[in-house]
Design a binder for this molecule. Structure first.
Ligand SMILES: O=CC(=O)O
Length: 336
């Protein structure tokens, strides 16, 4: 056998002895993780395989104990989990867990570790950015300049709206919501919030009913998680309560808002505007929104900064390291 074939075989054997981590779709900037840690873990990359997904999964069914998943990946459904009978850990690069069948994980005893609050500040920055953009029409102005309209039509004609003094209702006062509140206080906004339970550590006024929060707010910032209770929680009646000058910012999940109703409300000016980083059926965004200047659209990018991506991958690796050496997981969220 030729010398280089020996070398190849030795390398392949070495890779095969590494702990295996199955990945269905690459999370954002997976290349950082791969280039930094391929010597420690053998990433089984479903999207690069020639095999259909079910065959790929069954070909690794006996051995794979750990999976890396992400908010933009496929649903980790009971059906997928059933094809991986040895799976004991899912590490997700997201804070949200709405893409994982939690019941099936519980039944199977599969633990879940998440991104913890690694990018809460980035997401809060994005929420504030979207709110300012909707109110001050930064993206509209950008389009005006780029299209050459400033030079041909003269000064930009539209007045924006002040941020200071606005009553902002935060929906979900977790680590992201708190960062949003902290930032917007600095802009002179008046903060109140809705969440499952009143928080004892904050003096912000609490509304147990999101409809009532909307009726008393100029803007709603959606920062909660998507689950059965929050799905379509922002419905038509909440939007009508927010009113024709009201703005919605969503950095949570698209399905927390009834998107069809929101599009209708935006077109008919039942609400004043929206800044959206998330959508019900990503990457598909309702076409009707493309022509509306009171809407700012962002491609689920609130977490995308270099700094937090690096911190995130350190956390991801720390979880896999802990798992493969039987130590407590640093960002365990669901302990089954
Ligand atoms: O969408 C991103 C996340 O859940 O962290």
């Amino acid at each position: 056998m030729a010398h280089h074939q020996h070398r190849h075989r030795r390398r392949d054997q070495k890779i095969q002895n590494l702990p295996q981590v199955i990945v269905l779709l690459p999370p954002g900037c997976f290349k950082f993780l791969e280039s930094g840690y391929s010597h420690k873990f053998h990433f089984l990359k479903a999207w690069e395989s020639q095999l259909p997904l079910d065959q790929f999964l069954s070909s690794h069914a006996g051995s794979v104990q750990a999976m890396l998943s992400s908010a933009n990946g496929p649903l980790i459904s009971a059906q997928i989990l059933r094809m991986l009978p040895s799976l004991r850990l899912i590490v997700t690069t997201s804070a949200g867990l709405d893409h994982v069948d939690l019941l099936e994980c519980r039944r199977r005893g599969i633990a879940i570790a998440n991104a913890r609050s690694v990018f809460s500040e980035d997401v809060a920055d994005m929420a504030v950015g979207l709110l300012i953009d909707v109110l001050r029409k930064i993206s509209v102005g950008d389009r005006y300049v780029r299209r050459g309209l400033w030079a041909t039509n003269g000064d930009y004609p539209t007045l924006g709206t002040q941020l200071g003094g606005k009553r902002v209702g935060i929906v979900g006062l977790g680590s992201i919501g708190l960062e949003v509140a902290k930032r917007l206080e600095g802009f002179g906004c008046i903060i109140s919030y809705n969440s499952r339970k009143q928080k004892t550590f904050t003096p912000y006024p609490f509304y147990s009913d999101v409809h009532e929060l909307a009726a008393n707010s100029d803007a709603l910032v959606i920062c909660c998680e998507l689950n059965e209770q929050t799905q379509h929680m922002i419905n038509k009646s909440v939007m009508l309560a927010l009113g024709e000058k009201g703005v919605i910012v969503n950095v949570g999940r698209g399905a927390i808002i009834d998107e069809k109703e929101m599009v209708h409300c935006l077109i008919h000016r039942d609400i004043g505007g929206a800044g959206l980083d998330v959508f019900e059926n990503e990457p598909h965004v309702p076409q009707e929104l493309f022509t509306l200047d009171n809407v700012v659209l962002s491609p689920h990018a609130a977490t995308n900064t270099l700094g937090s991506t690096m911190a995130l991958y350190e956390l991801v690796v720390a979880n896999f390291d802990a798992f493969f050496s039987n130590k407590p997981l640093p960002s365990l969220v669901v302990n089954n």
